[in-house]
Design a binder for this molecule. Structure first.
Ligand code: C5P
Length: 397
């Protein structure tokens, strides 16, 4: 996994001669694993074509706040929500002034206003303009608001002047974006995560299982790895690509998952039970395929062991986080689960919505602990994963 794997970056390209370097910035961000969407301002379009940026980013370039078609697919609010980080490179004196004044006069400034994600800007302009009081004051305002400045370089400029104002190198810009995601919040911590669906054999051909894809668990694993944790994954049946954890163990049945968790739970700081574990297994699975007949077939089911509940009862229990996939009486059921299982928090998701939850790339959850409940609005599982890990770190570590 590279530092920007699964990260969505909106790159704003504004009116500076250095805009000709922007396709290279796109490529360097992609080298680090990012997906990039470009917003090209009117000024930027004087120096670089939409086509070059579309070809490198492999996404339609957005340039118009008032474009009905663009609004239908991904308007300024959707773009702002999609982004994990916003980068403006090159950032012209005019764009910097717009941001400092809080304007929403074009698509780029509107997206910046509509977003709460980290923002970096790489100024590029003539050295005299760059050192002017107005630009420096505007930059100071942006720094105060938490925007990170990627300093321009000193040297010969396109206009022939020598001084500070040359756009930082593309590699350096991409590196600074990557560094923003590096965190040590969980370094030295060990996290055990169960994910995916368990499979309970009926006979050698048929089985009982559920719709879990493992995507939410994998997003949580990615967020933990990103935060520096040592992650052990215990995977049931998953239909998602698997990142590189410290250790991974594949299991099939609830019983195997139970044993695997118990064998690996020692020394774990956090246990996240994200797997959709079967509550029942077949009492006597058949060794041979059950033959079809006209008679009613009864399969006797027996309850499985509750992994989460048993981990919560260990004398030296880790911080335990469970999931509640519910279709009715959501909050009531989730709160009961929090109490009955004795875990530190429950993450509730409504699996009655067909466009969210199981198999979907998006989710909407409520993080519930003894003291509070925090609603995390609909977003990609990757983003929710990061948010959940942030909350766990703040509340329990
Ligand atoms: O009781 P219920 O299955 O609805 O609880 C869901 C939570 O409990 C999830 O976090 C799930 O991973 C965990 N669980 C478990 N062992 C089971 C059943 C559920 O760890 N046998």
């Amino acid at each position: 996994m590279s530092i920007l794997t699964n990260k969505c970056i909106v790159l704003g390209v504004s009116g500076s001669i250095a805009a000709y370097k922007s396709p290279d910035i796109v490529r360097r961000l992609q080298d680090l694993g990012a997906e990039v969407r470009v917003i090209l301002t009117q000024g930027g379009a004087k120096f670089i074509t939409e086509l070059s940026l579309q070809a490198t980013s492999k996404n339609k370039v957005q340039n118009n706040l008032w474009d009905k078609e663009a609004e239908l697919s991904m308007g300024h609010i959707e773009l702002a929500k999609w982004a994990d980080a916003l980068l403006i490179a090159p950032a012209s004196a005019n764009t910097i002034a717009n941001l400092a004044a809080g304007k929403a006069c074009d698509l780029l400034s509107s997206v910046i206003l509509a977003s709460d994600c980290p923002t970096l800007i790489a100024p590029a302009m003539n050295q005299q303009m760059y050192t002017s009081n107005s630009v420096q004051d505007n930059l100071a305002t942006l720094v105060q608001r938490g925007i990170q400045i990627i300093d321009p370089e000193n040297g010969v400029q396109a206009c022939g002047d020598i001084g500070e104002g040359r756009l930082a190198e593309s590699d350096e810009i991409a590196k600074q974006v990557g560094l923003m995601f590096q965190s040590t919040k969980m370094s030295g911590k060990k996290v055990l995560i169960t994910l995916g669906a368990t499979i309970e054999a009926i006979d050698p051909v048929r089985y009982l299982s559920n719709h879990s894809s493992g995507k939410m668990g994998m997003a949580l694993a990615d967020a933990c790895i990103e935060a520096g944790a040592q992650v052990t994954l215990i995977l049931g049946d998953v239909s998602t690509s698997i990142s590189k954890p410290s250790k991974q163990i594949f299991v099939t049945s609830a019983e195997q998952m139970y044993r695997s968790v118990m064998e690996n739970i020692n020394d774990q700081t956090i246990f996240i039970a994200c797997a959709a574990v079967s509550d029942y297994s077949v009492k006597n699975p058949k060794n041979h395929k059950i033959k079809k007949s006209d008679k009613t077939l009864t399969i006797e089911l027996v309850p499985t062991k509750d992994i989460l509940k048993d981990v919560c009862q260990l004398p030296q229990k880790p911080i335990c986080i469970g999931f509640a996939a519910e279709t009715q009486n959501l909050l009531e059921n989730a709160n009961n689960k929090l109490k009955n299982k004795g875990c530190d928090a429950i993450i509730l998701n409504d699996v009655s919505c067909t466009d969210l939850g199981f198999k979907s790339d998006e989710n909407e959850v409520v993080f519930i602990d003894q003291k509070s409940s925090i609603k995390l609005a609909k977003n990609s599982k990757q983003k929710l994963g990061r948010k959940i890990i942030e909350i766990i770190s703040e509340k329990f570590l």
